[in-house]
Design a protein around this ligand. Structure first.
Ligand code: OAD
Length: 255
């Protein structure tokens, strides 16, 4: 497919970011939902197409929402899981993974995405800040101090422990919850230690992930954003590239 030509100022930015990516001793990629948009996974905050324009995060992405209507939340995640199973990594995921393999020891990928598309593209060590939509965990520690075990599946309901009734829930971070132990520390270390932070496809609206651009910049890294639209953290960036992940990442990262 022919590549669209960039306006001259953007082409110059692209050349600068590319030059740094190819020589930087450490590069960190921070991805958000826009990274997977061209794989057909909906983002959260894009007008019209974003999940939060159609669904209420308080009902579908919080522990209170799950407790109020477990079947509804379980069904919503089942639908998103099915969408992910049908999706493939796009050229952006593939460019990131190929870059990392070509330059061993250089790349850290930190993602806010709960999909597995960076991993499937060939970057298994991706740091997941918001969990894994394909995994489950128990809602509560077992009240009897034993290991819970799911009973027979109940149609339309999340699996429950045969013994204590504990429910399985998706292993993602919901609003009001802490990030997985270790993940944000590892991400901050990567942001502090890199020479280039490439921020791809995030609105920069959700913390602490959004703070990583500032962390990197204050630690002396150059920060570049890839996003077709403005984001809340554009002011933290030295460079902003207006375009999509699948189009721009191969141009930035391919050999
Ligand atoms: P958002 O939906 O908030 O933002 C998506 C961003 O991707 C927007 O800035 C878009 O402009 C941009 N975008 C859209 N298409 C793109 C493309 N093809 N290439 C590059 N960029 C594109 O998603 P996040 O910032 O990831 O939390 O949202 C952060 C968190 O909020 C998510 O991880 C999720 C959500 O609630 C949890 O699941 C805990």
């Amino acid at each position: 497919m022919a590549m669209a030509e960039l306006p001259a100022a953007q082409a110059a930015v692209l050349a600068d970011v590319r030059a740094l990516a190819q020589r930087a001793p450490r590069v960190c990629v921070l991805s958000g939902a826009g990274m997977s948009a061209e794989s057909g996974i909906p983002t959260f905050r894009d007008a019209m197409t974003g999940l939060w324009s159609r669904f209420d995060p308080a009902q579908l992405a919080s522990e209170e929402g799950f407790r109020a209507d477990p079947a509804r939340v379980w069904a919503w995640y089942a639908e998103r899981r099915a969408g992910l199973h049908a999706a493939q990594p796009n050229a952006g995921h593939r460019a990131v993974a190929a870059f990392g393999r070509r330059r061993p020891g250089v790349l850290t990928v930190v993602t806010q995405n709960v999909d597995d598309l960076h991993q499937r593209a060939g970057w298994p060590d991706t740091i997941r800040l918001h969990g894994d939509i394909l995994a489950d965990r128990w809602l509560e520690p077992c009240p009897h101090g034993r290991a819970c075990a799911p009973a027979q599946a109940r149609p339309g309901q999340p699996p429950a422990c045969a013994d204590c009734g504990n429910l399985l829930r998706p292993d993602v971070v919901w609003f009001g919850e802490m990030l997985p132990a270790g993940a944000i520390d590892a991400a901050e270390r990567a942001a502090r230690g890199c020479a280039l932070l490439l921020v791809v496809g995030t609105s920069g609206a959700v913390w602490p992930a959004a703070g990583l651009a500032g962390v990197a910049r204050r630690s002396g890294a150059r920060v570049a954003i890839v996003n077709p639209h403005a984001s809340d953290i554009d002011d933290d960036a030295h460079w902003v590239l207006r375009g999509t992940a699948a189009d721009l990442l191969p141009r930035l990262l391919d050999a």
